[in-house]
Design a protein around this ligand. Structure first.
Ligand code: PMP
Length: 404
């Protein structure tokens, strides 16, 4: 391991506030390093003014900081232009804008869209709201027998010529890292626009949107050590230009009369209203913080945590493991045979271990798996082997209690 875990943890004030807790709900949201909190505090205490609106110097300073944050994200993703970074309030908001925006210019009645069995509701329900009522059909890539993305079935479904393929980079329920290079390449060969849901993937590995040749990539700030209420919809200029804005109002227009309006250039056209300025600056601070860390070491550490936890779980025979340790970005899903996942999570909570139980906004996945739900243990760079061992002990105790 190429980093000092103790000094890493010291950068996260949350842990000194809760020294008696083991936080394994990292796929839901990550904790924030002090650098992120400081950047947001500095913005509010020293630079707070509305961006892009006023002629005064303070507004210009705020605008400069806000647009610098956009540049930081653009460089981080290796986007060609900073206007390809659209601020959203999160992945969910990004998907709603994207799906709404594609309807008409790209998608019409009779067209097909391809998603996978592992999608989060954020990549399912917006299609139901904005696309299916207008005659678009949703096809779904099935799971393999070992609950992986089925590339062979995917290739077959691409023969139906979907106009859009929209797949998660990393499954938030099972932790699997999807074969995104193959997914994008095959979709392009089939002539589809490719969208990746990066909500869980962005924190796992470095993304180069140009090298990957992905058309849209979405993520949330709070799953990248940044604040809540800010997210990114990356899109290639040629496709962003096509999107109809979901939200109308200030900032996104060029001219307005009582009878019509004309729209602003990118990125503002898709950013109606006062943006989350402090959020954007906080997210940029998170990225700058991350760029000073050893991402490969983080990956190795998370993989080692998964391996250790997984091996420990295998010793507890009453547990059913839903996801395996290989090509896993740090999420283990399991169940205690014949028990409701919430019961196990409650017993762990009583021992100050934070995990999540349920269907994790992936109800159709659990229907496909034919299980009610799972207890999800999700690991981050700041978790320790000691925490894994204590969790395994607590898990064994909880399992014994429930068996009584
Ligand atoms: N997609 C995936 C894979 C996710 O894990 C999440 C968050 N759980 C989302 C989309 C939605 O993100 P948000 O709630 O931040 O909008």
């Amino acid at each position: 391991m190429n980093f000092d875990l103790r000094s890493l943890r010291q950068q996260f004030p949350f842990f000194s506030a809760h020294p008696d807790w083991i936080y394994l709900d990292n796929a839901a949201t990550l904790h924030k390093p002090q650098a992120v909190l400081d950047a947001m505090n500095t913005f509010y205490s020293q630079h707070n003014s509305n961006v892009h609106r006023s002629a005064h110097g303070l507004s210009q300073q705020a605008t400069a900081a806000f647009e610098a944050a956009r540049n930081t994200v653009a460089q981080f993703l290796n986007a060609r232009f900073s206007h390809e970074i659209i601020w959203t309030s999160g992945t969910t908001a990004g998907f709603n804008q994207l799906v709404f925006g594609l309807m008409g210019p790209v998608l019409q009645s009779g067209d097909r869209v391809l998603i996978s069995s592992m999608e989060h509701h954020a990549n399912i329900v917006p299609w139901h709201i904005h696309a299916l009522p207008f005659g678009v059909q949703l096809d779904v890539v099935p799971l393999t027998a070992d609950h992986r993305f089925d590339l062979a079935a995917y290739s077959e479904l691409l023969k139906l010529k979907p106009k859009v393929v929209s797949i998660s980079h990393v499954s938030n329920a099972l932790g699997y890292i999807q074969p995104i290079a193959d997914i994008v390449r095959l979709a392009k060969e089939a002539g589809a626009i490719v969208v990746l849901d990066g909500a869980q993937g962005i924190v796992w590995e470095k993304i180069d949107v140009q090298a990957l040749d992905v058309d849209f990539y979405l993520f949330s700030g709070h799953k990248l050590y940044g604040p809540t209420g800010i997210g990114v919809l990356y899109g290639k200029t040629q496709y962003l230009e096509l999107l109809r804005p979901l939200l109308g109002g200030g900032e996104m227009i060029k001219t307005v009369s009582f009878s019509s309006s004309s729209w602003n250039d990118l990125p503002y056209r898709l950013e109606a209203g006062t943006p989350n300025m402090a959020g954007a600056i906080g997210l940029a601070a998170a990225i700058l913080w991350l760029q000073q860390q050893d991402l490969t070491a983080f990956q190795q550490h998370k993989s080692a945590l998964v391996q250790r936890f997984y091996a420990g779980c295998q010793q507890i025979s009453a547990l059913e493991l839903l996801s395996g340790p290989t090509t896993n970005a740090g999420i283990v899903a399991l169940n205690l045979k014949n028990e409701h996942p919430a019961d196990l999570a409650t017993l762990l909570d009583q021992q100050n271990i934070a995990v999540r139980a349920g269907t994790h906004c992936t109800m159709p996945l659990f229907q496909a798996l034919n299980v009610k739900g799972s207890v999800r243990f999700s690991f981050a760079c700041y978790n320790s082997f000691d925490e894994i061992d204590r969790t395994l002990t607590a898990l064994a105790t909880a399992v014994e209690l429930l068996a009584e």
